[in-house]
Design a protein around this ligand. Structure first.
Ligand SMILES: C[S@@+](CC[C@H](N)C(=O)[O-])C[C@H]1O[C@@H](n2cnc3c(N)ncnc32)[C@H](O)[C@@H]1O
Length: 289
């Protein structure tokens, strides 16, 4: 049984009862260990008000703005999956333009596990190929943001097919990999082509310590650092080893594990990849089964 996370849900106006109920229904349906303390905002959700809310709150704060977008308030900043902003990348995604797709080499027939879904941005790029993507996210608040974004976007006709290929689960990746192992002992049909890992990385390490080059940590990652911590070396080893086991559990099939790292970061669990792809900010390390 998970510990329950109590969150304050502040909604923008009276006419949003239905949206609040539908969030409650998502929590119930997906058995998320979240209790919402629902409140109608007395003030307009201006930046100043958000700042004040995040300074005085004793629980994580979720906001439902007047466009029915759910976000999480972290240090005065609202963060949320921003799937509609990925439209251009999703439409034109291909191996030429997306390093992730060069590394993952998937097709419309592939089954992919994004074991560290976060805001789901990389999952969308993976699913843009036509592949089915299981999105695993251990943090209930992040999982709720993902479910809410999927529900919101599924109402838009242009996005429906893509949304139907995303399968979000609030689970720790290691437990999920374990469950796949026991499933495949009974039924050999589960073939996973790619496991994608983008674990947390120490906040100050996205830039090269000597040259200062590399990615600055953005607001989404900054916020995530409050919810999730980087894995220990031991956890990195477990994650990589069990991900590799998942893509090699079928004798007639060879899959790969793809790991995202800041460009200058050491490899996951100090394991040398088979091949790497990088630009100035990020690197994708491929471990072929
Ligand atoms: C760096 S973020 C991933 C960002 C993501 N690639 C994106 O495009 O938004 C890492 C996320 O993985 C989640 N995570 C870390 N370890 C996990 C695990 N063992 N199982 C499931 N989720 C995990 C964290 O809670 C966090 O939300």
């Amino acid at each position: 049984m998970h510990d329950l996370t109590h969150c304050q849900l502040i909604y923008a106006n009276d006419s949003q009862q239905h949206q609040v109920e539908s969030l409650q229904a998502l929590i119930e349906h997906h058995e998320l260990p979240i209790v919402l303390n629902v409140e109608l905002s007395v003030d307009k959700l201006t930046q100043k008000h958000r700042q004040k809310l995040s300074q005085t709150a004793t629980q994580p704060v979720l906001l439902l703005d007047d466009k029915d977008k759910l976000s999480w308030l972290s240090d005065g900043l609202s963060v949320a999956p921003e799937w509609d902003k990925l439209q251009r990348r999703v439409v034109s995604a291909g191996r030429k333009s997306e390093l992730l797709l060069q590394a993952a080499k998937i097709t419309a027939d592939s089954s992919v596990i994004d074991a560290t879904a976060g805001f789901g941005h990389d999952s969308l790029i993976l699913a843009s190929t036509g592949a089915q993507v299981m999105m695993l996210e251990q943090q209930p608040i992040m999982a709720l943001l993902l479910f809410a974004e999927q529900q919101r976007m599924s109402a838009l006709p242009n996005w429906q097919k893509l949304m139907a290929r995303l399968h979000i689960i609030n689970i720790d990746a290691l437990s999920y990999f374990e469950s796949l192992k026991s499933d495949s002992a009974v039924n050999n049909s589960q073939v996973i082509d790619v496991v994608y890992l983008d674990p947390m990385f120490p906040e100050d390490s996205y830039q090269d310590s000597k040259t200062g080059k590399g990615a600055k940590v953005g607001k989404h990652m900054q916020a995530l650092h409050q919810l999730a911590s980087p894995p220990t070396l031991d956890e990195e080893e477990q994650l990589l080893t069990s991900a590799q086991a998942v893509v090699s559990n079928n004798a007639s099939h060879s899959g790969r594990v793809v790991v995202k790292r800041p460009q200058h970061a050491p490899t996951l669990a100090n394991q040398q990849p088979t091949e790497s792809w990088h630009n100035e900010a990020v690197r994708f390390d491929g471990y072929f089964a």
